[in-house]
Write a protein that binds this ligand. Structure first.
Ligand code: M6R
Length: 596
């Protein structure tokens, strides 16, 4: 995830910035850079680790500057794509976290007005736009430029000959550190802790001017805002987790943001996305491992429902053994890390078989991005906890977008339908937030599993793979044996394992599977197993068969795999916590599995 730092004071800015960037390294990055105001703007940036930037950094005297660590999203990891970016006359420089949704039209119009671009990034438009509106007042220019922008951002801007740093934020974090005769900017308090524990949080839509002697904050209308200083008494490790006890919980809570970022980078121009082969897609395969495989299974239901295209989902590790005669126009590889050996091997095999390969991955520059024919990027930011959470829901929303594109191309979805789908996807983060708001009910439900040795998860149709994922999450971090089943399968064998010590988790949402789910749950309840039901707010009947009901916000049936997944992540997290497990680093597991 990209990191921003800024300094305005009396120390050597390059030292403070380098040191602060080091504290953001844990977030993951692929390039870094800084600009120091030193009579002129002196910019240095480099691909790779901070060591690489440090090795090219001369001794710079300036006492104001901004710095950045970049996690590539728009444009490959490279020196040219690293931040900061400068205006063509070298009078302004800027760093940015987030996504500028409308950067292509903005870029085209700035080019027609004479701006020269040197990177593939969405960010570079911002610096040219601010320069265009700059008539002697940087703060006014930033505010005016942001009126033209659609997207999310945290930015810090400096200009030559001035100690001021102008910052702005929308849906991306930014904090301001207050010192004596010096002030700081950072995307994350960890960058500031060495220097100050007094911070001011910038709110959405606000801007600020940071100078050595003052921090002035303004609301969206430009009026001055009084903001109280907050005292941070976190250790570095606590700060890295943003006040959450574990990375996993932090990452669960990041999902409204990570889903938004994944959606907005593609949604506007979805119908023109060039990721599919030109030949007709009569059938397709999805190949993946673990959690990504479960996302693929959800993808199958969604694509078949929306586009009427038959989808086979295979474990990447088994693909090599499947029939070689079955040529397939499209093979989708899902891998958050982009480095899973089995998925990479499946990608090579699919290419040998003459298939077009499309990778859905979270890491730009990862091996899969070099091997697959085309890429659909999830923009969840780096995931530190071994258990995949925010990358899973980002994969799901990528699959909704892929399904919409396939359906639009084969006319299963018309203009009107596509517009409606885009609107629904944009509002999806609100439903995820609604689940997070109910987290306490899942914390309470976790007690039901504290002593369990085994647990079962059941669902039907598109919610069946979600229950597989719920079971995987639980076994991975709580070490309770857990199985997911299509609800109709229980009576064909697994029912024999259910007893009063084996809790059952069932999704019983208001869709066409409701009645059948209720009878499956009743069969289990009759055998004395404790039943935890995930049901919608207005469902009164479910209380009769359940020991405990978790209320889910009503959402269109197509999107329940997302909201249910978040609830099941929280359940697994709280069960593991109840049992005192090492949640972020479960035994025997690695974040990225690079052996076959
Ligand atoms: O990086 P990938 O998505 O290819 O990883 C695949 C699996 O190893 C991964 O999803 C694993 O199952 C998760 N850590 C489970 O939470």
């Amino acid at each position: 995830m990209c990191g921003i730092v800024g300094y305005s004071g009396s120390r050597k800015a390059s030292d403070v910035i380098l040191d602060s960037l080091r504290r953001l390294e844990y977030r993951g990055y692929d390039s870094a850079g800084m600009v120091i105001v030193n009579g002129r703007l002196e910019m240095h940036k480099e691909k790779g680790e901070l060591k690489a930037l440090e090795s090219i950094l001369p001794d710079i005297e300036g006492i104001t500057g901004i710095g950045h660590t970049r996690w590539a999203t728009c444009g490959a990891p490279s020196r040219d794509n690293a931040h900061p970016f400068m205006s063509n006359d070298r009078s302004l420089a800027l760093v940015h976290n987030g996504i500028i949704e409308n950067y292509i039209p903005l870029r085209n119009s700035l080019i027609s007005e004479g701006a020269a671009f040197y990177s593939e990034t969405d960010t570079e438009v911002l610096v040219h736009l601010i320069r265009k509106y700059h008539q002697g007042d940087l703060h006014a220019a930033v505010r005016r430029a942001l009126e033209d922008v659609r997207g999310t951002y945290a930015i810090a801007v400096v200009e030559e000959h001035s100690p001021d740093i102008v910052v702005a934020r929308k849906e991306n974090p930014l904090v301001l550190g207050s010192g004596v005769g010096e002030n700081f900017v950072a995307s994350d308090v960890t960058a500031l802790l060495e220097y100050t524990s007094d911070v001011l949080y910038l709110m959405d839509g606000e801007t600020a001017i940071v100078t050595p002697g003052a921090i002035r904050i303004f609301d969206a209308g430009g009026a001055a805002v009084e903001r109280e200083v907050s005292k941070i008494d976190w250790s570095l490790e606590e700060a890295r987790k943003g006040g959450f006890e574990h990375y996993m919980l932090k990452e669960i809570y990041e999902q409204p943001h990570s889903i938004t970022e994944t959606i907005i980078s593609y949604i506007d121009d979805l119908e023109n996305l060039e990721i599919l082969p030109s030949r007709p897609i009569t059938g397709m395969k999805i190949l993946a491992c673990g959690t990504s495989y479960n996302a693929g299974l959800v993808g199958k239901y969604i694509i078949e429902e929306m586009a009427g295209i038959s989808v086979q989902v295979e474990l990447a590790s088994e693909f090599r053994y499947s029939t070689k005669t079955n040529q397939c126009p499209l093979v989708v590889l899902i891998t958050q890390s982009g480095e899973t050996a089995d998925t990479l091997a499946a990608c090579r095999e699919a290419k040998l078989r003459g298939c077009h390969t499309l990778a859905i991955t979270n890491v730009v520059g990862s091996s899969i991005t070099r091997e697959a024919d085309t890429i659909l990027l999830t923009r969840a930011g780096p995931e530190i906890s071994v258990a995949a959470t925010k990358t899973y829901t980002a994969q799901l929303v990528s699959l909704y977008m892929l399904a919409s594109l396939l359906a639009y191309n084969n006319r299963s979805l018309g203009e009107e339908g596509l517009r409606a789908m885009k609107k629904d996807l944009r509002s999806l983060p609100n439903y995820v937030s609604a689940v997070l708001d109910r987290a306490s009910s899942l914390r309470d439900a976790a007690k039901m599993f504290k002593e369990a040795r085994s647990a079962f998860f059941i669902g039907r149709n598109r919610n069946f793979p979600t229950m597989l994922e719920g079971a995987l999450k639980l076994k991975e971090i709580s070490y309770i044996h857990a199985e997911g089943y299509a609800a109709g399968e229980l009576k064909h064998g697994p029912l024999a394992l259910l007893d009063e010590k084996t809790p059952l988790v069932a999704s019983c949402l208001n869709d066409h599977t409701y009645d059948k789910m209720m009878s499956n749950v009743s069969e289990v309840a009759a055998r004395g197993s404790p039943v935890l039901l995930l049901a919608e707010d207005d469902d009164a009947d479910c209380e009769t068969v359940a020991d405990l009901v978790i209320r889910m916000p009503p959402v269109k049936p197509l999107f329940t795999p997302v909201t249910l997944a978040v609830a099941l992540q929280l359940l697994a997290y709280h069960v593991a916590k109840e049992r005192g497990m090492p949640i972020d680093k479960p035994r025997n597991l690695a974040k990225s599995v690079t052996v076959e």
